[in-house]
Design a binder for this molecule. Structure first.
Ligand code: NAD
Ligand code: UDP
Length: 325
C-alpha cells in the first residue's frame, strides 16, 4: 500500500484519481481548498478508511501542516482551476497555485523523497502553429490576454519542476493534459462537453462559440487516469514532459452535432461570440507516450459521450426529483 497525496482531490480529475487509487488499495491524502472542486465529488470516499481529506490552500505556506502527514510515496499535483470560465474568474489564484503551490509540492516531494507528477496542459502550446503538437514544440502563447494567467502559470510551473529535478534530483514528471471529459464535470463548469451535454439533456440550445470550425481532441477520463498512473510508475518518465490526450481531432460543430444525435434531443445549435485567444486547433502528438509508457487512449468519443450523457441524465433526473434544479 502506497501513501499518495493528491492536490485538487475534490476536482474533476482529482476525484476520479482518488477513487481509482483507493480501489487499488492505496492510502490517499486528498488536499483541496474547494474553490472549483466540490466535496460532493468525494461523498463516498470521505468515509473510506484509507482516505484522509485536508482542507487547505496549497498556495499558502503549509509546510508545517504537510510535515505532519508522515511518509509519502507519491504526489499527484492537480490543484488548479482548469476551465477557462473559472481560471479567468480567479487569475491571481490560478497563477499562485501553479507557481507557489507547485513549489510547495516540490518542497514536499523533496522532504519526503516522494515522486511527483504535475498536471500541466495543452494550453502550454497556446494557439499552436505546429499541428499536431509534439512536446518539443515551444508554443504560441499570448502573454497579455485573458488566458495568460493559466497558460503562463502552467509554463512556469513546468520550470519549477525542471529546476527541482535538475538541482535536487526530485523524481518529477510533467503531464501535458489535453481536453478530458466524462461525468463528474460540474454542470456549470463551462467547458464544452459539460455545456453541450447539460444543454442537450435539458432540451436547451447548444451554444457553439464562433463558427465551430475550431478543433479539439477529447480524451475520456479513464484513459487519462491510466496515463497519469503509468507516468507516475515509469522511471522512463522521470524528468520528462509527456502529452496525455486523445489524438482524434474534431471540429466543435461536429461535437455539438454528435451530442445532439446521441442524446436524442430536439435542442437547436446556436452560434455565439468566440472568446478572445480561443485556440483554433489542438491535437496531441502522443508518440512519446506510446514510446516511453506504451500508453494510448482506447475509448472512442462516441462511447465516452454515451457514458457521459447517461450519467448526466441520471443526475439530472435525480435532481429534478429532489426539486433542486
Ligand atoms: P477542477 O477545477 O475540476 O479541479 C481542480 C481542483 O483544484 C479543484 O477541486 C479546486 O478546488 C482545487 N484547487 C484549486 N486551487 C487550489 C489551491 N490553491 N489549493 C488547494 N486546492 C486547489 O479541474 P480538473 O479538470 O480536475 O483539472 C485538474 C488538473 O488537470 C488541473 O491542474 C488542470 O490544469 C489540469 N488539466 C486538466 C484538463 C482537463 O481537461 N480536465 C486539461 C488540461 C490540464
Ligand atoms: N466552446 C463552445 N461552446 C461552449 C463552450 C466551449 O463552442 O459552450 C468552445 C470553446 O470556444 C473552445 C472549445 O469549445 O473552442 C473548447 O472549450 P473549453 O472551454 O472546453 O476548453 P479549452 O480547450 O478552450 O480550454
Amino acid at each position: 500500500m502506497k501513501r499518495i497525496v493528491i492536490t485538487g482531490a475534490a476536482g474533476f480529475l482529482g476525484s476520479h484519481l482518488t477513487r481509482r487509487l483507493l480501489e487499488q488499495n492505496h492510502h490517499v491524502i486528498g488536499i483541496d481548498v474547494l474553490s472549483t472542486g466540490l466535496i460532493s465529488n468525494l461523498h463516498q470516499e470521505l468515509t473510506h478508511p484509507n482516505f484522509e481529506f485536508l482542507l487547505m490552500d496549497i498556495s499558502n505556506d503549509v509546510s508545517e501542516e504537510l510535515e505532519k502527514i508522515g511518509h509519502v510515496d507519491e504526489i499527484y499535483h492537480l490543484a488548479s482551476p482548469a476551465s477557462p470560465k473559472f481560471y479567468q474568474n480567479d487569475p491571481i489564484g490560478t497563477m499562485r497555485v501553479n507557481t507557489l503551490g507547485t513549489q510547495n509540492m516540490l518542497e514536499l516531494a523533496k522532504a519526503k523523497k516522494a515522486k511527483m507528477l504535475y498536471t500541466s496542459t495543452s494550453e502550454a502550446y497556446g494557439d499552436p502553429e505546429v499541428h499536431p503538437q509534439p512536446e518539443e514544440y515551444r508554443g504560441n502563447v499570448n502573454t497579455w490576454g485573458p488566458r495568460a494567467c493559466y497558460d503562463e502559470a502552467k509554463r512556469l510551473g513546468e520550470v519549477y519542476c525542471y529546476e527541482y529535478h535538475k538541482r535536487y534530483g526530485v523524481e518529477v514528471k510533467v503531464a501535458r493534459i489535453f481536453n478530458t471529459y466524462s461525468a463528474g464535470l460540474r454542470n456549470d463548469d463551462g467547458r464544452v462537453i459539460s455545456n453541450f451535454v447539460s444543454q442537450a439533456i435539458r432540451g436547451e440550445d447548444l451554444t457553439v462559440y464562433g463558427d465551430g470550425t475550431q478543433t479539439r481532441s477529447f480524451c475520456y477520463v479513464d484513459d487519462n487516469i491510466r496515463g497519469l498512473q503509468m507516468m507516475m510508475e515509469s522511471d522512463l518518465a522521470t524528468g520528462e514532459i509527456i502529452n496525455i490526450g486523445n489524438p482524434k481531432e474534431y471540429q466543435i460543430i461536429e461535437v455539438a452535432q454528435l451530442i445532439k444525435k446521441l442524446a436524442n434531443t430536439d435542442s437547436n445549435i446556436t452560434f455565439h461570440q468566440l472568446p478572445v485567444d480561443d485556440p483554433k486547433v489542438r491535437r496531441p502528438n502522443i508518440e512519446k507516450a506510446k514510446r516511453l509508457l506504451n500508453w494510448e487512449p482506447i475509448i472512442e468519443l462516441e462511447e465516452g459521450l454515451l457514458r457521459t450523457i447517461d450519467a448526466y441524465r441520471a443526475k439530472h433526473e435525480a435532481d429534478m426529483k429532489q426539486n433542486v434544479v
